[in-house]
Design a protein around this ligand. Structure first.
Ligand SMILES: [Fe+2]
Length: 685
């Protein structure tokens, strides 16, 4: 956020604090339903206490009485009628004062929790069921009498207001009772100063977090409709409000209202979130990922706006933070100024999943004693799914964690404040998590990139070297598809690669699983799950023209410095579409990855006719496949997405009827003891 925006925010906040009108909350409405006793009997001592059972009393809405039409509830005539009203009030201390407004005919005594709080037109001393009022009521109970009730008379929780109304004589022809209880809110009302933001969303739950300027209790109302019929309350007084709502339906839009038990602070059509879809189901998932963004720069705003423009009406499902989220040292003030205030209302709706960077650790030193702890604002601001509530294996720490969404498994790692060597807690947890994963796609992200020659050098910086040498082999062993990082204020994106764990100069063609940039010809994940793309996107707000020795890194298929941008992922079923969205809205780099679980097929450039020949090619349905006649083998036909469409034993030549194949391009792969032979075939009509 720039200085002007920050100043505007502070002014708005001060205006709310100073000029927000003092307000009253109705605790007992004047039309409330009361329990009452009007049969001429006198209730036992203690009838006005909270614990007294009024189950046998009748009930009716105020105004209650007789003789002075129009009473809503008509009582029997007599000298005395008794009234009780139970109500719940959390934290009476959040009110400045309480007042009652009542109408009575003729005399009245009012009690709160058994203690007398008001008496009017009644004699002094003890009152019995036959005590008459001092005088008849000349106003017929039309005058509103107002009195204050001391805060100390209220309980936190259950309370009972009670009253007895006495006529001037047994033959009196009218009686009136109506009482309204109001709580006066303090001049400085609690107002939201951060959030709300959505955390740890699962299929059945979501956590809402917000901050207020002064302590209050916490109340969330929620529901599928905007009337929000369900309520969760936390009665402790606090400024950091974190409340988990449960019992939700998967893949559903929920509206919410937030505030205290005394005050709704925010509600409306823009207050909603979506629960997670059923784990493992196939549906389109949109992900926005960026790193190194929270610096209040013009570029930060441009990157945000470019994505909002790109997004249009499409729903954003996941928002991934790649670390160094708030500059310069991840203080709470910096998170307020450069994260919460910049992305603003997005936080009402989008669930996000941060990873920590060195700046979030206050630059305290890689794996230093401080960094191995959690005494940083990062760890109090967020509520991350560390208990496997959103899938994956419980990490028990917000330094690293995992979660599932649709058919994707996400893993957030800590490349600075956690040990990452084999046998370390994070390594062991990661291995366990990867072993147990059942989701098709695996996306891992952490701040320090294993491959970069941007503003940071992965050949010389220990954080980057350790992640590459210790963690990357584990990720590749379990078939992680995409690794996202930040730290370097450049954009760099690798080949579809496997097995490169050394410095840049050891990168070789053998590490490339499938050549090309994956744009025109999708990267095909093979049955062994080999092939991972590594991207550096530390340009969500920070940018730099600086590069380090060796730039661009040999493993990169795309490298850009001096620009800002973010990564957009669209994952649907077997297909992952990746785009680098530049802050001007252009897309200088993109690729597609297809993961069918079928064997990978080499692209046409590697096809050899030496071992297999298909004629005619293009074919129109019936083709002859000729293979070496000296050894039997196996023929497989794949479509362009790598899906196996036909499998057959083959020895010598064979005429095949393939009219059932849709028009398109296919890879014919024949394998025998001599080797693997491939031919690209066009099927037309
Ligand atoms: Fe960094």
């Amino acid at each position: 956020m720039n200085r002007k925006t920050l100043l505007c925010f502070i002014c708005c906040l001060l205006a709310q604090l100073i000029f927000y009108p003092s307000a009253a909350k109705t605790i007992i409405a004047k039309t409330a339903v009361w329990k009452y006793l009007d049969n001429g009997t006198t209730p036992p001592t203690g009838w006005n206490s909270y614990s007294f059972s009024d189950a046998t009393w009748k009930s009716g809405a105020a105004e209650l009485g007789f003789g002075d039409a129009p009473a809503t509830t008509l009582l029997s005539s007599g000298i005395t009628a008794y009234f009780r009203k139970k109500f719940t009030l959390y934290n009476p201390s959040q009110y400045a004062s309480f007042s009652c407004r009542l109408r009575r005919d003729d005399g009245i005594v009012v009690y709160l929790n058994g203690a007398e709080v008001y008496r009017n037109n009644m004699p002094a001393g003890s009152i019995s069921g036959t005590t008459t009022s001092v005088s008849s009521c000349s106003d017929d109970g039309n005058t509103i009498l107002v009195f204050n009730v001391p805060l100390t008379a209220f309980n936190s929780g259950g309370n009972v207001m009670a009253a007895e109304v006495h006529n001037v004589s047994a033959g009196s022809t009218d009686l009136t009772f109506e009482l309204e209880l109001l709580g006066q809110l303090p001049a400085v009302l609690p107002v939201i100063t951060r959030g709300p933001y959505i955390q740890s969303v699962t299929q059945q739950s979501a956590l809402l977090h917000w901050r207020t300027n002064v302590p209050s209790d916490t109340k969330v109302s929620f529901g599928i409709g905007s009337n929000c019929p369900f309520t969760v309350t936390d009665t402790s007084m606090k400024t950091e409000h974190e409340i988990c709502i449960t019992g939700l339906q998967p893949n559903t839009k929920y509206f919410y209202k937030i505030g205290s038990t005394a005050l709704v602070m925010q509600k409306g059509q823009s207050n909603y979130f979506y629960t997670a879809p059923y784990i493992g189901t196939v549906q389109p998932v949109r992900v926005w990922a960026l790193g190194d963004f929270g610096n209040g720069s013009t570029e930060q705003g441009q990157v945000l706006q470019s994505y909002l423009n790109y997004l249009g009406p499409v729903k954003n499902d996941m928002w991934i933070w790649l670390g160094d989220n708030a500059y310069n040292t991840g203080t709470d003030q910096e998170y307020t100024a450069y994260v919460f205030n910049v992305y603003g209302s997005i936080f009402k709706n989008w669930n996000f999943y941060p990873a920590p960077g060195n700046h979030d650790y206050g630059q305290s030193g890689y794996q230093s004693a401080a960094a191995l702890g959690t005494n940083f604002p990062y760890f109090s601001i967020f509520n991350l799914p560390v208990s496997a509530e959103a899938g994956g294996v419980a990490s028990g720490t917000e330094k690293y964690y995992s979660y599932d969404w649709s058919n994707i498994h996400f893993i957030a790692l800590d490349s600075y404040g956690a040990l990452n060597h084999p046998g370390s807690p994070m390594y062991n947890w990661l291995q366990n998590d990867l072993q147990q994963n059942q989701q098709k796609w695996i996306i891992a992200y952490f701040h320090h990139p294993p491959f970069s020659k941007g503003t940071h050098n992965s050949d010389t910086e220990i954080e980057m070297m350790n992640m590459r040498q210790n963690i990357v082999p584990l990720l590749e062993q379990y078939g992680v598809d995409l690794v996202l990082s930040g730290h370097s204020h450049t954009y760099e994106r690798s080949y579809f690669m496997h097995g490169h764990y050394g410095p840049e100069n050891t990168f070789a063609a053998a590490h490339i699983v499938q050549p090309g940039n994956g744009a025109a010809t999708p990267y095909m994940k093979d049955a062994q799950h080999n092939g991972t793309v590594y991207a550096v996107c530390g340009v969500g707000g920070k940018t730099s023209a600086a590069t380090t020795s060796g730039y661009p890194h040999n493993a990169m298929v795309a490298s850009y410095n001096s620009l800002a941008g973010s990564v957009v992922l669209d994952i649907y079923g077997d297909t992952l579409r990746y785009k680098f969205l530049k802050s001007d809205g252009s897309i200088p780099d993109e690729f597609v990855m297809v993961k069918t679980g079928q064997p990978r097929v080499e692209p046409a450039t590697t096809v050899t006719d030496a071992g297999i020949l298909v004629v005619p090619n293009p074919g129109s349905g019936i083709v002859q496949v000729r293979v070496p006649e000296n050894l039997p083998g196996h023929l497989k036909i794949f479509d362009l997405r790598g899906r196996l469409v036909l499998s057959d034993e083959l020895f010598g030549s064979k005429t095949m009827e393939l009219e059932f194949l849709p028009v398109g391009v296919y890879h014919f792969v024949f394998e025998n003891a001599q080797g693997l032979f491939r031919q690209k075939v066009v099927m037309s009509r």
